[in-house]
Structures are given as structure tokens and as C-alpha cells.
Design a protein around this ligand. Structure first.
Ligand SMILES: [Fe+2]
Length: 140
């Protein structure tokens, strides 16, 4: 069975833009709050509240980050935009399922796992494309 782990921020996740990095840190913190709420049995309402906060914040952050990709004329801008749209769709689908089922720990775990995999992979692979566009050298 999947057990949420506390994620630690790592410089390997840096995009080279400090405000985008701060926003990513907040997303990671929110994922950690979700993991803790599930493991400590805080209940459906607390989990739903965190999911709502995460959805709102992710939407806001994606807009800021997409502006940043445009500003630095990053070739990955379109790919990043499409990935964000796919995430929002996936998140909303899970969120609705969680809501419709009245919430369950198994579903919350599944959502945590899916979102964590997506966010970590996305930050490393796609958002990391910002680094060379800002600093004109490869990411260390
Ligand atoms: Fe992104």
C-alpha cells in the first residue's frame, strides 16, 4: 500500500527563478499537509479543504509560471502550458470523484500519490527547462 512521505525541497528542483521556486515550495508544503492529514486521520472535510486550496493555488501558480516561460522565451512554453491544462483536468476529475464518493482514505491516498508523481516529475523535467533560458547555461 502507498504511504505518503514528507517531501523535502531539493536544489535539483530549482528552476532558476526564485519566485517560481517559492511557489513550488508552497505546493510541496501543501502536498505534505495533505499527506499528514490523510495519515493522521483528519477526516474528509480537512482533506477536501486542502484539495481545494491546492487546486486554487496550482491554478494561480500555473499562470505566473507560464508568464515566466513567455518572458524568457523558453522553447518549452507550449509543452508546459499543455501539461498544466492536462494536470488541471486530471486534478478536477479526481477531486470530483472524491467529492461524489463522500471522500475515502483510499481515494485520498490515490490522489496524493498521483499528484506527487506528477508535480515532482513536472518540476524536474518541464519546469527545469526554464533554467538555461534564464541563465544561458545548463542546469548544474
Ligand atoms: Fe510548469
Amino acid at each position: 500500500m502507498y504511504t505518503p512521505k514528507i517531501l523535502e525541497w531539493d536544489e535539483a528542483l530549482s528552476t532558476g527563478d526564485s519566485s517560481v521556486d517559492e511557489q513550488h515550495k508552497y505546493l510541496v508544503e501543501t502536498l505534505n499537509s495533505l499527506g499528514t492529514a490523510i495519515l493522521d486521520g483528519h477526516g474528509t472535510e480537512a482533506i477536501a479543504r486542502i484539495l481545494g486550496r491546492m487546486r486554487f493555488y496550482a491554478g494561480w501558480h500555473f499562470d505566473r509560471e507560464e508568464e515566466c516561460f513567455e518572458k524568457y522565451q523558453c522553447p518549452a512554453a507550449e509543452m508546459n502550458k499543455n501539461a498544466h491544462a492536462a494536470f488541471v483536468e486530471k486534478f478536477d476529475r479526481y477531486h470530483k470523484r472524491f467529492h461524489d464518493a463522500g471522500g475515502s482514505n483510499d481515494m485520498a491516498l490515490k490522489i496524493h500519490q498521483e499528484i506527487t508523481d506528477w508535480i515532482v516529475n513536472h518540476i524536474m523535467r518541464v519546469d527545469g527547462e526554464l533554467y538555461p533560458c534564464i541563465h544561458h547555461r545548463p542546469k548544474p
